[in-house]
Design a protein around this ligand. Structure first.
Ligand SMILES: NC(=O)c1ccc[n+]([C@@H]2O[C@H](COP(=O)([O-])OP(=O)(O)OC[C@H]3O[C@@H](n4cnc5c(N)ncnc54)[C@H](O)[C@@H]3O)[C@@H](O)[C@H]2O)c1
Length: 259
């Protein structure tokens, strides 16, 4: 039911913290992957380690800048030429500035949302043209596309999760529902995942402990998400196990948005 044999999944942002876990999970479930990311160094290092771990799997990669429609078209075409079909798309990219509301310029707001919204729209539209046998599209939204960050969680000196990010993720949720409605008759399902707190602690040793405690305390499970905990919901949404699920937002947030 969860098997992905002969399924090709294009993973945009695939070299990132959560994206790389998904690439590995797809290979574990016998699927093929295309790692598509703007960071060539991270693509190469992930491709190398996954090829060592899964020597019999088909792993393709392409450099993608989701802000550039020509780059989207090239990535989609190259993936389709290599595998002769695309069955799934995961979009795990995002744009943000980290800036406080008063300091954010219009240009920065728009730049971030060229990734969160415009790029996400164009990538899905182009990838879906290659899904000849139906498919599954998964957008990475966020709990902050559903609820607003609580100012009291942020110790002095740390800006609340920024407005362009949450506004973009909220838009991405509506984009998901619109695409699900539009492409449903073609047997293409479109869903969003809304993760809660999954900080990449290894990447940043400067995480503020008080802030991390506040994040833990805001979940019902009283802990942070581990990157591997995103894989199960994604495999579910890619596979036949979710064949009647579309237009939904699956919250993977330890209960954050439920109270
Ligand atoms: N980690 C969390 O706590 C969390 C919480 C909620 C939602 N999310 C969402 O999950 C997804 C993955 O997040 P992550 O924590 O793995 O982040 P990450 O920064 O580790 O990964 C994002 C990836 O996107 C790539 N990328 C950035 N700009 C791009 C562009 N223009 N074109 C192509 N690729 C580009 C980056 O190179 C990176 O590999 C994002 O959509 C994020 O908003 C994450």
């Amino acid at each position: 039911m969860f098997d992905l044999t002969n399924k090709t999944i294009l993973v945009a942002g695939g070299a990132g913290y959560l994206g790389s876990q998904l690439c590995e999970a797809i290979l574990l479930h016998n699927g093929n992957i295309c790692i598509a990311d703007i960071n060539l160094e991270k693509i190469n290092s992930l491709k190398y380690s996954l090829t060592q771990k899964f020597p019999d799997s088909k792993i393709f990669s392409t450099m993608l800048d989701i802000k550039n429609e020509n780059s989207i078209i090239e990535s989609v075409n190259k993936t389709n030429e290599y595998f002769e079909n695309i069955n799934g798309l995961i979009n795990a990219t995002y744009g943000t500035t980290g800036k406080a509301l008063e300091e954010l310029t219009a240009e920065e707001f728009n730049n971030a949302n060229e990734i969160n919204l415009t790029g996400s729209f164009l990538l899905s539209r182009h990838a879906i043209t290659k899904m000849k046998e139906g498919g599954s599209v998964i957008m990475f939204a966020s709990m902050y596309g559903i609820v607003s960050p609580k100012p009291n969680l942020y110790p002095e000196g740390i800006n609340p999760n920024p407005i362009e990010y949450g506004a973009g993720k909220a838009g991405l949720i509506q984009l998901t529902k619109y695409l699900a409605s539009h492409y449903g008759p073609k047997n293409i399902r479109v869903n969003a995942i809304a993760p809660g707190p999954f900080p990449d602690i290894k990447k940043n040793d400067n995480y503020n402990e008080e802030f991390l405690d506040n994040l833990r305390d805001s979940t019902m499970l009283k802990r942070l998400g581990e990157s591997k905990e995103i894989a199960g919901p994604i495999i579910f949404l890619l596979s036949e196990a979710s064949s009647y699920v579309t237009g939904q937002v699956l919250k993977v947030d330890g209960g954050w948005t439920a109270w």
